[in-house]
Design a protein around this ligand. Structure first.
Ligand SMILES: NC(=O)c1ccc[n+]([C@@H]2O[C@H](COP(=O)([O-])OP(=O)(O)OC[C@H]3O[C@@H](n4cnc5c(N)ncnc54)[C@H](O)[C@@H]3O)[C@@H](O)[C@H]2O)c1
Length: 249
């Protein structure tokens, strides 16, 4: 589980532990891992996905058998294409794309060497296919969406399933300010189900994809967005789906 120290990663570690998994919690922030409410018995691994030459599994005890990988880490810079120096864009792409590739390669080698019929889930975003105005981020998510599909086909014969989730607006409580609350309310107004998501909403779907109940599911990207993906220009023009319905009556 990468990025297990906070947010969706932490919630997913808890959901997988409830399903009986022992958690290998990977994060670049050792303090976050130690402070987090991780399930008892979790193995903590300090690893920065930007450092692609270090082996994420190197410090694990010999008898650990990894059956599930959740590629959860995804960073963004926040600046536009014209503002973002190439070196800073490269750091994001290195972390999100190459870092996830390196972790996945280490885990797949581990699974194949032990004949583990495992499950891999990538945490993408609606912005794998929708403009985010953060091109470094959306480009990296689109690349991972394609990697997920490639791996589903390449690793399927070995019994390894590869899927993804694409969360919408999820409240990870990162900045509990008035501005963040106003942003949450504005976001909720765009969501068909009328609220922003909680990390647990995403965690439950990842845990399901990892489970045997999804044993015939591979190469799929499940949106976990309360319907946000379907927000469109009509809502923008007329205020809401209800207002548009009233207008056309
Ligand atoms: N929160 C949302 O609204 C949202 C929406 C769509 C997609 N996502 C995706 O969900 C994933 C998790 O997002 P979140 O909001 O829960 O994040 P978060 O900021 O709450 O937590 C991220 C965790 O990852 C760790 N991390 C960051 N960079 C790392 C690196 N280079 N190496 C190792 N660990 C690193 C951080 O220390 C932190 O513990 C990301 O891939 C993000 O793109 C989030």
């Amino acid at each position: 589980m990468t990025g297990a120290g906070h947010g969706i990663g932490l919630a997913t570690a808890q959901a997988l532990a409830a399903d009986g998994y022992k958690i290998v919690a990977v994060d670049r922030d050792r303090g976050a891992l130690e402070a987090a409410d991780l399930p008892a018995g979790s193995l903590l691994v300090e690893h920065d996905l930007a450092a692609v030459n270090s082996d994420v599994l190197a410090t694990l005890p010999e008898d650990v058998r990894v059956g599930v990988l959740v590629n959860n880490v995804g960073v963004m810079d926040g600046r536009s294409f014209l503002e973002l120096p190439v070196a800073d864009a490269a750091r994001v792409l290195q972390t999100n794309i190459v870092g996830s590739w390196a972790v996945t390669r280490a885990v797949v080698d581990h699974m194949l060497a032990r004949s583990v019929r495992g499950s891999i889930v990538f945490n993408l975003s609606l912005h794998a296919s929708r403009v985010r105005m953060c091109p470094d981020y959306s480009m990296s998510k689109a690349a991972l969406a394609m990697l997920m599909q490639e791996l589903a086909v390449e690793l399927g014969p070995a019994g390894i399933r590869v899927n993804a989730v694409s969360p919408g607006a999820i409240d990870t409580g990162q900045v509990p300010t008035e501005e963040a609350q106003a942003h949450r309310e504005r976001s909720a107004a765009l969501v068909a189900l009328g609220r922003v998501g909680e990390p647990e909403d995403v965690a439950k779907v990842i845990a399901w994809l990892c489970s045997e109940q999804a044993g015939y599911v591979t190469g799929t990207d499940v949106r976990v967005d309360g319907g946000l993906f379907h927000y469109n220009w009509l809502h923008h023009l007329y205020g809401s789906a209800a207002a548009e319905r009233d207008r056309t009556r």
